[in-house]
Design a protein around this ligand. Structure first.
Ligand code: PLP
Length: 285
């Protein structure tokens, strides 16, 4: 396998990051995960826009233009012969003598791009039955809208969910509202058939899949309310699901071991999932 690191395409065994990279020392870094389908990128424009937003929020300089970045992403996809899978892209502030405050202009951002194959259909099989989620207090920092690699609360939450036999963790804020999943945005369908997802705020990541699912919902003529919802409302919902680039639209059939609806993926989530790739931007790289 080949990975791009700072200007060169390397074999995994030969690829290396500086020992004083700020991504390694401070999690001073942002990332993106994009779906590759049939050798093409899904929603690349939105992913690059969010990458630039994350970089801007942390005053990390963009390593290169979007066009150059897309060229590298395409090369990594081709060199690894990925038809279906994902691209992982990370930008750190760079390497320099360890110091909390930002170094000066002498620092150059570190860029890593890798791609991995994943069998097409694995998520469809999971979506047939849907997943269980477990809730836990949202103990992350106050800027979850920036896609940083500072993921330890999400790692611990996901592990606790797995230990409880669930597939994803849902974070709950101090008011009792669901913020989002450990690596997904959270949605419900009310008994009246209205889609509900939390509005964008600093507590959640502006999901690319969330944005595209809003387009799909509009195309399907579904009513959407962007507002916070509680655990109680989610358990009483007709359907629930999560969205992320790796899973697209994934039905949630139980929350804290309590069944949602009839405990099976419902018609709205099935429809959104089946139409997702018709409406997402698909680009050749
Ligand atoms: N929320 C969090 C915390 C995430 O980590 C992710 C994806 O990894 C998402 C939401 C979904 O975002 P996207 O649809 O852009 O993959």
């Amino acid at each position: 396998r080949i990975v791009y690191v700072n200007g060169a395409y390397k074999r995994y065994a030969e690829a290396a990051i500086h020992a004083e990279d700020r991504g390694f020392q401070f999690a001073d870094a942002v990332y993106e995960v994009m779906e590759v389908r049939g050798g093409r990128l899904v929603d690349a424009t939105r992913h690059l826009a969010r990458l630039n937003r994350s970089l801007g929020a942390l005053s990390i300089s963009a390593p290169m233009s979007n066009g150059a970045l897309l060229h590298i992403v395409g090369e990594v996809v081709r060199r690894n012969r990925v038809r279906d899978g994902l691209v992982y892209l990370q930008v750190t502030r760079g390497a320099g003598p360890r110091n909390f405050s930002f170094p000066g202009l002498e620092i150059f951002p570190t860029l890593v791009v890798l791609a991995r194959s994943q069998r097409l259909g694995w998520a469809d099989e999971l979506a047939e039955h849907g997943i269980a989620v477990k809730t836990m207090p949202d103990n992350r920092w106050g800027r979850s809208d920036i896609k940083t690699v500072m993921l330890l609360p999400a790692v611990l939450a996901k592990d606790a969910a797995h230990s409880a036999g669930a597939h994803e963790a849902w974070f709950v804020d101090q008011s009792g509202a669901i913020t989002e999943g450990a690596s997904s945005n959270a949605w419900i369908v009310t008994p009246g058939g209205v889609l509900v997802t939390r509005p964008l705020d600093p507590r959640i990541l502006p999901g690319v899949t969330r944005a595209t699912v809003k387009d799909v919902a509009a195309a399907e003529g579904l009513k959407l309310e962007e507002r916070a919802f509680t655990l109680a409302e989610a358990i009483g919902a007709r359907e629930a699901f999560v969205t992320s680039a790796t899973n697209t639209v994934m039905p949630v059939v139980s929350i804290d071991a309590r069944q949602v609806g009839d405990g099976r993926p419902g018609p709205v989530v099935r429809r959104l999932r089946s139409r997702f790739h018709e409406l997402a931007e698909i680009s050749i790289v």
